[in-house]
Design a protein around this ligand. Sequence first.
Ligand SMILES: *Cc1c(COP(=O)(O)O)cnc(C)c1O
Length: 407
Amino acid sequence: MLNSTFEVENQRIPFNVPAIDEDEVAAIVHTLESKWLTTGPKTREFETQFARYLDVPYAVAVNSCTAALHLSLVAYGIGPGDEVITTPYTFAATGEVILHVGARPIFVDILPDGFNIDPEKIQVAITNRTKAIIPVHFAGEPCRMDQILDLAKRHNLVVIEDAAHALGAAYHNKPIGTLSHATAFSFYATKNLTTGEGGMVTTADHRIAEKIRSLSLHGLSHDAWKRYSKAGNWYYEICEPGFKYNMTDLAAALGQVQLAKFHRLQSKRQKLAQLYMKAFAGTQEILLPPHPQDSRHAWHLFVIRLQSSELPAERNRLIDALARMDIGTSVHFIPLHLHPYYRKRFGHQWGDFPQAEKTYISALSLPLYPDLEPTQVERVARVVRTWLSNHQNRNLKNKADYVQKTG
Ligand SMILES: *Cc1c(COP(=O)(O)O)cnc(C)c1O
């Protein structure tokens, strides 16, 4: 018989596994049997539950966080000639929605000791064309929202938070989703709460919520989805050209189940993050993720940075070493300004945002998800630590050889 400890010890550890079990399967089957597949009663229920969970007046469901960000910009009337300040240390979506509305993304660098946008650099970047700020709560760590909201107030700017990583996070005891003009969440397959694909906008502004709801379904007069139900009729009006960004009831059914167990999923993430912290405490070569005392981290990602890494090659070798041990990792993010489109269109280059670049070449995201076993966290940490000490020995040896040859 095979030794089961041995088996578990050597199982592949994927980078991400969604927390899906029988409850999600049952909800999908139930929704299929209801014969109502697209936007309908389940989507409306999910919105109500989501708004109640965060204690925010309005939540509007859409089919992605990208859609949530895009519609928020449209709803606030941001367009050609406007500037929107954001971080280069983010995913494609944050930059592209600014471009889609015809505005110009103005990148400002991240904090020297962290992953999030630097409020002092925002201040310097504000011009009379600035209309909005999109902070990104990287990995689920809240940005310095007091400073950002204060700047926005003084310069009359809209704040739209990219909270793709930050469901479950809180800043000064207030949940992310309740702080600014609008907050965009992602329910993509890898995110803390998943509907496969999906997103949500939260806001306290009734007018904006209604506008986003209408824009998400072709700009039709409100509750157009009811036109196929008993309560509705065939009549609708196109109030403005909208988009096809509505959430389906199939997705909402998953969302409801995930929201009901979200607290449990989050406490597992937090425990595993603490376990990583403990396992790496005292490992000189590694910078651990910041987790400020004045906020609650959502632990979407656990990102370590190699302290001494001057070269991406070094970090990449660690990725390869982990892959050889069947451990999946990722890198978040390749800063937007380094991508060909942004280089060509805005003349960006290496050196423009040194903190983001330095973080990018040294960062490595380790597996973190509710179904990860504590023993697996320990195994990942052990492989990383072993690689680091071998690596250091290699470096010392190379140095010694060098001194011997040249000295
Ligand atoms: C995942 C992600 C998005 C986009 O979310 P979708 O739901 O896939 O559109 C936006 N911003 C950040 C920072 C993300 O990680």
